[in-house]
Design a protein around this ligand. Sequence first.
Ligand SMILES: Nc1ncnc2c1ncn2[C@@H]1O[C@H](COP(=O)(O)OP(=O)(O)O)[C@@H](O)[C@H]1O
Ligand SMILES: [Mg+2]
Length: 411
Amino acid sequence: MGESIFDRSINRRNTLIKNRNILQTTYIPDQLPHREKEINNIVEIITPSLNKDKPSNILVIGKTGTGKTAVLNYIGKELLKADPEKKNCSFIYVNCEIVDNPYGILYNISNQIITDHNSKIPFTGWSLDRVYETILFYIDKENKVFIIVLDEIDRILQKNGDDIFYFLTTMNEILKESKISIIGVTNNTKFTELLTPRIKSRLGEEKVVFPPYNPEQLQDILRKRAEFAFEPGVLADDVIPYCAAISAQISGDARRALDFLKVSAEIAERNGDSIITEAHVNSARSKIELDAVVEVIKTLPAQSKIVLMSIIKNHESKSTVVITGDVYSVYKEICSALNCVVLKEKRVADLISELDMLGIVHARVKSFGRNGRTREIELNINKDIIDFVVKDELFEPLLKHKPIKQTTLSM
Ligand SMILES: Nc1ncnc2c1ncn2[C@@H]1O[C@H](COP(=O)(O)OP(=O)(O)O)[C@@H](O)[C@H]1O
Ligand SMILES: [Mg+2]
């Protein structure tokens, strides 16, 4: 083979990470340290299924990155070991982040239950009732217990209300031979407050709470992964404690801690460095924070982006403080240049408050003037992110619209 422009990059890339897959957050490790109590708890509750008895429904509650998905997948694998032919129970996992409507969820469940190709439920087109009846029929035919995990269950509630939970939790009243048991999993620690009483009591027969990890626990989790993921000797001693400490400070989230480690390694590799150090973790931290803010800004509604742009334009053109009235004047001009609806000043003030809540700007109450409250508005994002906002395709027409920009700047 001849030389290729990729050679240098390939050689450099493979020096630190031995197994990239292990650092992915979707990877399920064989051991889950510091979740023994939670695992035992769930195992105790669902063990009756191995004797075809119906276990209580469970709500698994814990912040993001506390190992809920990993634990449930692990339990699913272990259950299969205890009943390899699925004679007494079947474990069904549905991620509601991907399918978040009742049809999609029932379709997904049915796909895991109905093995005969000709009997499968079509991807769309049937009425919900027909789907429901069909699933009931096939579940009952199997004469066993189905444990159905609905991961990220709050997604359904937000979009579609709680009918589907009612459907699923009342199935047992109709089933004759089989039984189902629901494990709902949520990141929202206030989830039960969102449920109507009829669902709350059914879904939350048992509750298992996953607490955030402390720094020592995060270190253990990272060490186990690092052992398999990295070539020996490439991690400086302080890297894992540092990754663990900063993630524990933010949230005790193992996903974030793993992300710090992975991105640090990638940055070190790209730099051609032979050891991953605390400095790489700091770069990783900035990169991850930047990416997170960019993600938030990307998904802002157009009107909020225009308000943000108006704040940016004001800061570019003025050396003095920027107040709500200034922002509103520029906002109106940008709207007219973009041919957008112009919102009332009060509404724009609300959007500024939202940007403040997202941490993108700082709005401090200054005085109570003739037009009500005046606020001083500061930008809380760095130059890279400002550039990102300005380059949003929404604002392309502004580039061609010189006069507007000039009057804006001369205010
Ligand atoms: N106790 C643990 N041991 C090893 N890895 C863990 C542990 N808890 C979480 N993880 C890892 O952290 C990441 C996030 O965990 P996940 O189960 O997706 O969290 P959640 O579902 O609670 O948001 C995954 O890569 C997972 O494998
Ligand atoms: Mg999860």
